[in-house]
Design a protein. Structure first.
Length: 251
């Protein structure tokens, strides 16, 4: 029963946190209040009532339309909520104990938000990357004690230094920026969560994910050039998630 209960509970919580993730992913790039401001219809600006805020079910009941102005409600909201629910259930199934499952779900929900913002806006704000790093140190301390927190802090510094160095070297060689300013901070968060020994695996997963996107573009006959931008933060998030769940490659 316990093996079923934990994924079910974390999946249910994922629907709730997914609703928050969806709201923040819209408000943060627009510099709107992400905590105190009440949810409103994007069409008529009417404040949403409690029954209109139930994750997934409200969208289905309203048939994807505002109850007052009939404006279309994007399906991205229920899809994000379902995605967060899937991450929560995945965390519950993959983790060996409750504490690790909670930490894993928290990591997944943060990475989902980071991926959405970077994927849609090519932006990794400090408001998202720094909390990821801090939560990694906190999780290490809670799961492994003071020594775990210490190694997490050390790995955080290693992650930041490595990607900052790569960005500096790329600019020296190519004469232009190859990484966004937020990528080193995200990689610092990676170090805080997976440890310095897991950082190469994060990069390998990220590169594999990025190359798969490029190959997919080539297969549909879309031209690809060296100046094309890719949201590297999305690929790093994939690498962090897989490395946290399954450990460093080869170990």
């Amino acid at each position: 029963m316990t093996s079923v209960l934990i994924p079910a509970v974390l999946g249910g919580l994922g629907l709730i946190f997914g609703s928050f993730v969806a709201a923040v992913s819209v408000r943060l790039p627009r510099e709107m209040d992400v905590v105190a401001q009440r949810s409103r219809c994007m069409g008529c600006e009417a404040t949403l009532r409690p029954w209109e805020l139930v994750p997934v079910f409200s969208w289905l009941a309203l048939r994807g339309r505002c109850a007052r102005c009939d404006a279309r409600i994007s399906p991205r909201y229920p899809l994000i909520e379902l995605g967060a629910a899937a991450l929560g259930a995945w965390a519950g199934l993959a983790a060996p104990d409750l504490a690790t499952a909670i930490a894993t779900a928290a990591l997944g929900w943060q990475l989902l938000l980071i991926s959405l913002v970077d994927g849609e806006h090519f932006w990794l704000p400090d408001a998202l990357t720094w909390p990821l790093a801090a939560s990694g140190v906190l999780a290490a301390g809670l799961l492994h004690g003071w020594s775990g927190a210490g190694w997490s802090l050390f790995s955080l510094a290693v992650g930041f230094g490595v990607l900052r160095g790569v960005a500096w070297l790329y600019r020296r060689v190519r004469g232009r920026d190859g990484l966004g300013g937020g990528d080193p901070f995200l990689f610092a968060g990676a170090g805080a969560w997976v440890g310095w020994i897991g950082l190469p695996s994060v990069l390998l997963w990220a590169c594999a994910a990025g190359l798969s996107v490029v190959f997919a573009q080539l297969m549909v006959r879309r031209r690809v050039s060296g100046s094309d931008r890719l949201p590297f933060g999305v690929f790093l998030a994939i690498g962090i998630w897989l490395t946290w769940l399954y450990g460093p490659l080869g170990l």
